[in-house]
Design a protein around this ligand. Structure first.
Ligand SMILES: [Zn+2]
Length: 81
């Protein structure tokens, strides 16, 4: 058994297993959620993301940030939408 230390503080320290359990369970749920997201909507989300936040260079197909004026790879002028 444990010795009682530091009064009320020990009460918090007495629950690390609960915290770890909840933490790991939460992580598992998050992992499952992310996996579902990726498997269900990976392509759509990826395309949406590319459309909103990036511009693909028409010449070399390198993906640049949406506010890029020029392609990072080949210097082609990128038209902003
Ligand atoms: Zn390019």
């Amino acid at each position: 058994m444990y010795k009682k230390r530091e009064g009320g503080k020990y009460h918090l320290a007495a629950n690390p297993f609960t915290v770890i359990f909840l933490g790991s369970k939460c992580k598992a749920m998050m992992d499952e959620f992310v996996n579902n997201m990726e498997s269900n909507a990976s392509d759509r989300v990826h395309k949406e993301f590319e459309n909103r936040f990036s511009i693909k260079c028409p010449i070399c197909k390198v993906v640049n940030l949406a506010d890029s004026k020029y392609c990072n790879a080949c210097g082609t002028v990128l038209s902003s939408k």
